[in-house]
Design a protein around this ligand. Sequence first.
Ligand code: 4AD
Ligand code: MG
Length: 461
Amino acid sequence: LTDIRELHREKDVYIGKEITVGGWVRNNRDSKNFGFLVINDGTFFEPLQVVYGDGLENFQEICKINVGAAVVIRGTIVATPEAKQAFEMQAAEVIVEGPSTADYPLQKKRHSFEYLRTISHLRARTNTFQAVFRVRSLIAYAIHTFFMERGFVYVHTPLITSSDCEGAGEMFQVTTLDMNNVPKTEDGKVDYTQDFFGKPVNLTVSGQLDVETYAFAFKNVYTFGPTFRAENSNTTRHAAEFWMIEPEICFADLKDDMILAESMLKYVIRYVLENAPEEMAFFNQFVDKGLIERLQHVVNSDFGHVTYTEAIKILEKHNDEFDYKVFWGCDLQTEHERYLTEKEFKRPVFVTDYPKEIKAFYMKLNEDGKTVAAMDCLVPGIGEIIGGSQREDNLEILEKRMEELGLNKEDYQFYLDLRRYGSARHAGFGLGFERCVMYITGMGNIRDVIPFPRTVNNCDL
Ligand code: 4AD
Ligand code: MG
């Protein structure tokens, strides 16, 4: 079978040739003795128009083909200089491989993203979602290529874990215990010794702690996999299941970490602009006007840098515009992040050196004793897309911090060992994959960039 993408890209090669395509019917119009089928095979936006005539033995059957049916068609490509599309196919044979019915949910009209979310198993057959999920696939490839070209080792970190990397308590528990008949110990607590792992475990919120152990073996590593957070936030940028890219680099500090993050984002944007021009033109026209120009600007300019303390000073001047008023020590909300990146810097910006109280236990304490060597990368339209830091490599300081936060050191012996045996400066970050896809495609809702979104009260299909 020939890809319809191929036909569009190499038109001249195909004019006059007989080929076979397989795809799904987008539209079918017939008049008395001929008709038009519009076919999409998922390889290109532009469909293929097929003309069929009553010379075909199953002409009557073809006239009745419903939208959504799967067909295999043999025919000759002919130039159509007067028509909107440059060529069409004259069918010699039309085989209906799988018919469809008149109640097919994707009829030839514009459907809202909200409606399409209710049929997530079918929405990838629409132009928008074809573009989104092809670009999503390409971004994943670009990220792997970026790290592989630089000699990073890809580490598959576990999804089931007994630690809470971020310490935010937003974990989904994994258990084989019968919820209707939970075994109890004598003092009335859940008896986890009877659970599968003999102790409580959860789905990972981040692969960082595991990947750090591999950084101390391979120097430069990354993990790229699903992560899970039971955050009760019903927003356009939070999902309960999302993918994260987490590199970890040894003999490196926060500055090196930001250089890596900036070059990775620029590499990925450039890669998509070059390798998915049709999809990007589509987003630029139908989803987010000005997208391409903005991304090109991002690729060609330096990201901004501001410390948390400076950022608070900037934001305090605009407190009357915010729902949440900022003060030194507060966590930045999306509205503040977006103000900084959209109004103040007008480009991606790194905010660094946050108060230790609002960041995770593993971040390196700065000399002021109050802030940590953390960085968040904020981008226009979304806010935080990357969170990272230099890690605390001093055993005593790390243990003290864990005590302050009431973490059980027994659970983190493997992590403390890294500081006992050959500790080294190291840093890393986590890029939210879906937020990256949103940023590059201009799509406004995280539910529309992951095939089957999991959010509060939604785990259908
Ligand atoms: O800032 P976070 O929580 O950082 C970490 O998990 C670190 N362990 C990463 C590291 O240093 N290795 O999450 C990293 C990124 C965020 O910047 C955001 O883009 C994304 O993950 N993210 C989410 N994306 C979608 N839905 C959610 N609920 C998300 N929570 C975080
Ligand atoms: Mg964060």
